[in-house]
Design a protein around this ligand. Structure first.
Ligand code: PMP
Length: 308
């Protein structure tokens, strides 16, 4: 049955859970691998959920109201979500982001009507975060500053949405959940809900293997500002993925599964398959496809596959 008409905001979430059938070749019999298709959100990423919940929470608290401008620091996907939702809900949007964010990102943000303030790429997202914080402190009447790294409404979007959806879509059969860490909202909220529903669900946190990684949106926790919402006690295991392996998997996902997703999704699937290889029959492993590959079309990572 088709859904009834709704608002753009109501179209966020309730994404499909897609079974991976070809990149999973050679896994032990009876191990199932599923990917939550967050790239199918209206803004093209998992961050639509967190952004919407932080804006709704701000409205409920009276911190966000007509006349205010949404301000935050973002490597891209949260910014796109704010820009899209700001347009739909009637709020101007100002974003601080490192100058080296991808050209598609910046263009898309400007297309949605957002203002961009560029920060020093050497300081990565930490520099952008510092500037947003400073502007918000200087002009509290002008700006609504959700501060996604320290805002409980970020992980709660996944507690109330992603985690519950995965539970329902697997009919409670999920045994393992794996996600990468950026703000950590996806991992923390989803893991917390799944463990509340069944304490035996194993939750695995994935990180890039180097501070100089090319996994957009991901944090190397040992060298980054650790987000206030991060709760390391939720991770039953921590794994690292190399950029090259993540890029190769992003190419395989589009060519073998028809899933055109970004490199952090590739990294999640690399780590998920490594885990799945070690599991007994009856295991049901779920990971996240964080964003759409269209966002990185100008990257060379897609060309390389021609040579293989
Ligand atoms: N992948 C991409 C491409 C992202 O932009 C983000 C958000 N930073 C993540 C993964 C991680 O999501 P979270 O912030 O919920 O940890």
């Amino acid at each position: 049955m088709l859904e009834r008409p709704c608002t753009l905001a109501a179209a966020v979430g309730n994404t499909p859970l897609i079974q991976l059938r070809r990149v999973t070749a050679g896994l032990p019999e009876g191990v199932e691998v599923y990917a939550k298709a967050e790239h199918l959100n209206p803004g093209g990423s998992v961050k639509d959920r967190a952004a919407l919940n932080m804006l709704r929470d701000g409205e409920r608290r009276g911190a966000l109201h007509p006349g205010k401008t949404i301000l935050d620091a973002t490597s891209g996907n949260t910014g796109i979500a704010y820009a899209m939702l700001g347009a739909a809900l009637g709020y101007p949007v100002t974003l601080c982001l490192p100058r080296n964010a991808s050209p598609e990102r910046k263009k898309l943000l400007r297309v949605y009507g957002a203002e961009i303030i560029e920060t020093d790429p050497l300081e990565a997202t930490d520099g952008a975060q510092r500037l947003a914080k400073q502007l918000a402190a200087e002009q509290p009447e002008t700006y609504f500053y959700p501060d996604q790294y320290n805002n409980d409404a970020n992980w709660q979007a996944h507690y109330n949405g992603t985690g519950l959806e995965i539970w329902e879509q697997t009919q409670g059969r999920v045994t393992h959940f794996l996600a990468g860490l950026g703000t950590s909202g996806t991992f923390v909220g989803t893991a917390r809900r799944l463990k509340a529903l069944s304490p035996t669900v194993q939750c695995i946190a994935m990180q890039p293997d180097s501070p100089l990684h090319g996994l957009e949106g991901m944090k190397h926790m040992a060298t980054a500002l650790v987000p206030g919402i991060y709760d390391p006690t939720l991770a039953d295991a921590n794994v690292e993925v190399a950029t090259e392996a993540a890029q190769a998997m992003a190419r395989r996902l589009v060519r073998e599964e028809g899933l055109f997703v970004g490199v952090s999704a590739g990294a999640n699937v690399v780590a998920t398959l490594e885990l799945a290889r070690t599991l007994p029959p009856g295991s049901v492993v779920v990971t996240i496809l964080c964003d759409a590959g269209t966002r990185y079309l100008s990257d060379h990572l897609w060309d390389e596959g021609k040579r293989t």
